[in-house]
Design a protein. Sequence first.
Length: 138
Amino acid sequence: MGRVAAFDWGTKRIGVAVSDEERMLAHKARVELKNDPSLYPGIQKFFREYQPEKILVGLPKSLSGELTESALKALAFGKELSRKFGIRVEFLDERFSTKTAQQKLKAGGKNFKQSRGDIDNTVAQSMLQQYLDRGKIP
């Protein structure tokens, strides 16, 4: 089995997490991806280092489950990843994931300002861990 990676698309930053090779645990990736012209070279470097077999991209849907403007941009981002890198991309509903990540960081003693740079990778990690945990259910 190979690694799975998760991306939390944002207008300024892209959060990134990656699983271990056994697909048991999600880890925040040691990479900072800004949503600017350096994005795809940064993703290419990430792919070389971690060699994921599958990518998850979070869709920030509305509370009613509708696709938001951000979700449509995340869809386009995922399709571009698949096209550019020839990798399988799966989309996940990430409603409430930012709130959950903020609570997790707060419990760890970080306030919003201290966690701003870490929130995106924490969201990606939470999303990926939920995905991995679902795979463990018989």
